[in-house]
Design a protein around this ligand. Structure first.
Ligand SMILES: O=P(O)(O)OC[C@@]1(O)O[C@H](CO)[C@@H](O)[C@@H]1O
Length: 581
């Protein structure tokens, strides 16, 4: 490891990036009463991969966390700086910002990047909001407050939270999303894929027999999985093409990329496939819940579907969640990941579940603030549906001519295949209705943009935990959710999901994720070694995927803590009419 820091030019638009090792061992230190002298301190960086059963962190030099903090995240920050410099005029006119506002944000991001690459201690947030104060308490409670030395997920979340703070501190940039353009471009680049999927989805929506329904449900789960390849944080903002190789990934004049065909082509890359179990369990649990809702409360074994002693409750009031032990609706929850094509795929699954009558509501959990470049925010949720609604697309693809047998007249050429946005627009129209009538509910709890792993949700966000307990199942999309489900711990790859969740059991968990970080569970014995032998970077590329299920659930009892809104005076109802329970 070099004794002194070297600074070299980074690859992105000539912005300077510190590219040597994070090395704290040779910093001069002041000894009281003496001159500045060199004090050798042990380097925090260890030349190894993350050992099993430890949390991922940037100090393991052979881990993706190290590479990510050293190379990827600084590039993401540099791109924001470049974007602000390049598109300053546009940003100023959209947000009514001044040159000074843009300059201040650039300075803010530049300092953040320098602090990251030199492994400084986290700064406290300076905005004064209850949520920022909570962040500061979490930071203050840490034993280790350095970017590389603390747990990777904390550092990454902290960096995205700080990016937000830069906007919060500005008078004019409060609604600025530094990733909005990238998300938009990625959506536009996937338009043809969405048209192709929409054309097939319309044939899955009319009420079908049990077998077809099951096979379509399985297919849509797999569609959702491979849509998770389209993640702009892994690619540092570059557009991702679905069939792997970015250069070859574009559809050409005569070639169509069909996401349904990809499901078949990628069969061997799906390392854990619990889809059949998921479909059986979700459908039977949903059926049981539906019966429960239809039956009068007294007829249902032990279930209190409305709270006891609620004389003043309005018929339209939803009982207080602290007392309610069964939900008001049969609901399926999607903890979303990326906007654009991935959200589109989630909406397709949601639409299918509603139209087949499997559940009555879908709750989409999204991020409150711009997050990991391409994660869905409430604004993104709306523009994705609106953009589908307005989509205009048409391409005629010539069909391969059929060969004529020797001596026979060649058959008439097939007419070209027409790919258009007609069905896409029709679907989006229905999604708009679903949103308006509350069949699709968009929720954005602050917990999703906290640095906490899901084991700790009950402690940090008890109301959210309780809210999740009413779901038939929780579909966690993507790699970041997976890391938080596994408590950011490099568990032995053959350990089961239930053990890895460490007690996070609000409702059945479905984890759907392409592998983009070096942790995994549920693999068959020997598989991990076999994949490592073929490519030691296989866990960093998003080429492989898992669809995993844990059906173990903690029973939902009357809460032992008072109602969030009314405390001890809560009479069981009166928390206001809610659509999300
Ligand atoms: O959650 P997603 O979108 O599937 O992936 C998020 C991701 O790009 O971000 C992390 C690093 O920034 C990685 O774990 C992962 O590759």
């Amino acid at each position: 490891m070099s004794a002194s820091k070297t600074v070299s030019k980074g690859s992105v638009n000539s912005t300077t990036i510190v590219t040597d090792d994070v090395d704290e061992s040779s910093k001069p230190e002041f000894i009281y009463g003496g001159p500045f002298i060199k004090v050798e301190k042990p380097s925090p960086i260890i030349d190894t991969a993350t050992p099993f059963n430890l949390e991922l962190q940037g100090t393991f030099k052979k881990s993706f966390a190290y590479y990510s903090l050293k190379e990827r995240l600084p590039v993401i920050l540099t791109k924001i700086i470049d974007y602000l410099s390049r598109e300053g005029a546009k940003i100023k006119s959209t947000h009514g910002a001044s040159d000074e506002d843009i300059r201040s944000y650039i300075q803010y991001v530049t300092k953040l990047k320098n602090d990251l690459v030199t492994n400084k201690q986290y700064d406290l947030l300076t905005v004064d909001t209850p949520e920022a104060r909570r962040w500061n308490q979490w930071i203050e409670a840490l034993d280790i407050k350095h970017y590389f030395t603390n747990v990777w997920v904390f550092t990454e979340c902290y960096v995205y939270r700080r990016l937000r703070e830069g906007c919060e501190l500005s008078k004019t940039l409060k609604n600025f999303d530094p990733f909005a353009d990238q998300k938009q471009k990625s959506f536009e680049g996937s338009l043809e894929l969405m048209c192709i999927v929409a054309d097939k989805l319309v044939n899955m929506l009319s009420k079908s027999d049990k077998d077809k329904c099951k096979s379509d449900f399985v297919t849509l789960l797999k569609l959702c999985l491979w849509a998770n390849k389209c993640d702009l944080s892994l690619s540092s903002g570059e557009q991702v093409f679905l069939n792997g190789n970015n250069a070859d990934g574009k559809a050409t004049a005569s070639n169509i990329i069909d996401p349904f065909q990809m499901i078949l082509d990628f069969k061997d890359k799906l390392l854990v496939d619990d889809t059949s179990k998921i479909v059986d369990q979700v459908t039977s649990k949903a059926e049981a819940m539906m019966k429960n809702l239809e039956a009068p409360a007294s007829a249902v074994d032990g279930a209190i579907s409305s709270p006891p002693e609620t004389p003043a409750a309005e018929a339209t009031d939803v009982p207080c969640p602290t007392k309610m032990t069964s939900p008001q609706h049969v609901m399926f929850d999607i903890v979303c990941d990326n906007a654009g094509y991935e959200l589109f795929a989630d909406l397709c699954l949601a639409h299918f579940l509603i139209s087949q009558g499997i559940v009555q509501k879908i709750r989409f959990h999204v991020k409150n603030i711009p997050w990991f470049v391409s994660d869905v925010t409430p604004v993104d949720f709306k523009w994705v549906i609106d953009s589908c609604l307005k989509a205009s697309y048409r391409r005629e693809v010539p069909q391969q001519p059929t060969e004529a047998a020797e001596g026979e007249v060649p058959p008439e050429p097939e007419p070209p295949r027409v790919i258009s946005a007609d069905n896409l627009r029709a679907l989006a129209e229905q999604w708009t209705k679903y949103v308006d009538e509350g069949t699709f509910v968009v929720l954005h709890d602050d917990f999703w943009t906290s640095p906490h792993v899901y084991r700790d949700m009950k402690r940090h966000a008890p109301s959210l935990y309780r809210q999740l307990q009413y779901a038939v199942a929780l579909l966690f999309k993507g790699d970041l959710n997976y890391r938080k489900l596994l408590c950011e711990k490099n568990v032995p790859p053959t350990s089961g999901l239930e053990a890895a969740l460490q007690g996070f059991l609000p409702a059945p968990v479905i984890a759907v994720r392409t592998v983009k970080a070096d942790l995994i569970c549920g693999l068959p014995k020997g598989k991990w070694d076999q994949l490592n032998a073929l490519d030691d970077k296989w866990m960093q590329k998003g080429d492989f995927g898992v669809i995993q299920y844990c059906g173990k659930v903690e029973p939902l009892k009357v809460a032992d803590r008072p109602c969030d809104q009314y405390g001890d005076v809560c009479r069981g109802a009166g928390c206001g009419p809610r659509t999300d329970m």
